[in-house]
Design a protein around this ligand. Structure first.
Ligand code: PLP
Length: 420
């Protein structure tokens, strides 16, 4: 549609004509993006933006990276899609690579899907099969624990484990026996495991290690280690949702690998977003042979899952991240970004938090949506997960100069923006 009408201009008549198309687009004022290159993207009017959102933590290599384009073009000429009745070389190579990056043991499996929500659906299905193996004689139903403020996607299973009432409750009743436990409160988690009050055993805990959609809220290392210990003690699975934090974004290939966690091993890791650098892909890694054996052929699948085009895009993305040392670089750039933002002394900025290149600015006033609009007008793309939080998740290729440029724009953000 965009190619048919170019150059489009901010032509009200044209936009009006396509009201039905863009009615579900978030954000005002509406910008119609056209193309990108590296860290920058242009709208149909030719306005240039420095992209510090990366398609919500997706475009690890920015826009139109030559390796990515080449890999996708070449694979498209060989076979874009073959169905899940067949495997392909890129798919097998990608699964092997992901198992290696996650440090998963021999016998681990990767199940591909097309999004983060689907990745978590698969994990919850596996948790249900696992739960069935725990069933006691009195048949009290096993439970799955999720955290307050957690976000796992908008399909029915993933939504059932997603906390925010405004997006969950309109669709209730959802999947039963998923309970919410106060995040970062180890006593609450310990209590939630108790079965002496007539409750069934816990099959799994699903959690993000940094709650991205909630506003980049990190969980304490002690808490994360404590949850792992509780899962071990009670034979429950620890499902780590790395949809937003994975693939190098937080300065480790996966957030569970960060140093201060002391080498914890999850049972299931879900991934999506950045894995294929902009091609829709997600999936889960089940750790070890015994757990993986719960899925047999036919237990789970999806027509497009693991298709060779996406797998080639993912292999190219991972290849560049490895070759250019972008995981370690995410740590350096993140540090530069956080320090630089606070050094602006902008009275609108109360604090900054995050890891690697997944960061948030906490505002002194609830004006985040107006701030996003102001930033757009000044050539910077960011977003507002809540009225007092701005999220910054630039591509992993962000250079020192790009970070300084973003800081320079943020420094000028006024302190009298409209509140909500
Ligand atoms: N899990 C987490 C932690 C996410 O941040 C998201 C999306 O923001 C999802 C799951 C859902 O992913 P998707 O939008 O690809 O379905």
């Amino acid at each position: 549609m965009a190619t048919e009408a170019q150059p489009l201009g901010q032509d009200a008549a044209w936009l009006g004509k396509y009201d039905d198309v863009h009615m579900h687009v978030f954000g005002t004022p509406l910008r119609v993006l056209d193309h990108g290159q590296g860290m920058r993207v242009w709208d149909v009017d030719g306005n240039e933006y420095l992209d510090f959102l990366a398609g919500i933590a997706v475009n690890a290599l920015g826009y139109a990276h030559p390796d990515w384009c080449e890999a996708v073009a070449q694979q498209a000429q060989r076979a874009a899609h073959v169905s899940n009745y067949f495997a392909t070389k890129p798919q097998i190579e990608l699964a092997t690579k992901l198992i290696e990056l996650a440090g998963a043991p021999q016998g681990s499996h990767v199940y591909f899907g097309n999004s983060g929500a689907e990745a978590n659906e698969a994990a919850l299905k596996m948790a249900k099969l696992y739960g069935a193996t725990l069933q006691t004689d009195d048949a009290r139903p096993y439970r799955i624990l999720a955290l307050t403020h957690g976000f796992h996607g908008r399909t029915m299973g993933a939504l059932s484990a997603t906390w925010k009432p405004v997006i969950r409750t309109p669709f209730e009743p959802l999947v039963p026996n998923i309970e919410f436990v106060e995040a970062n409160d180890l006593d609450a988690m310990g209590a939630a495991f108790a079965t002496d009050d007539g409750k069934g055993p816990v099959a799994a805990v699903i959690m993000e290690l940094i709650q991205g959609e909630a506003g980049v809220l990190p969980l304490d290392a002690e808490y994360i280690r404590g949850v792992r210990a509780l899962c071990d003690e009670h034979n429950a699975l620890m499902i780590v949702d790395e949809v937003q934090t994975g693939m190098g974004r937080t300065g480790a290939w996966f957030a569970f690998q960060r140093d201060d966690l002391g080498g914890i091993t999850p049972d299931i890791v879900t991934f999506a977003k950045g894995v294929a650098g902009g091609f829709p892909m997600g999936g889960m890694i089940s750790f070890g042979e015994e757990l993986s054996a719960l899925f047999s052929p036919g237990t789970h699948g999806s027509t497009f899952a693991g298709n060779p085009l996406g797998a080639a895009a993912a292999l190219a993305t991972i290849g560049v991240i490895e070759r250019e040392g972008l995981v370690a670089q995410a740590n350096e750039r993140g540090e530069q970004l956080r320090t630089g933002i606070m050094a602006t002394d902008n009275p609108l900025f109360a604090s900054v938090r995050g890891r690697g290149l997944l960061n948030a600015i906490v505002l002194t006033r609830p004006c985040a949506h107006a701030a996003v609009g102001w930033a757009l007008d000044h050539g910077l793309i960011i977003n507002a997960p809540s009225p007092t939080v701005l999220r910054l998740a630039p591509p992993l290729i962000a250079s020192e100069q790009d970070i300084n440029e973003a800081i320079g724009i943020l420094a000028l953000m006024p302190n009298d923006l409209a509140t909500e």
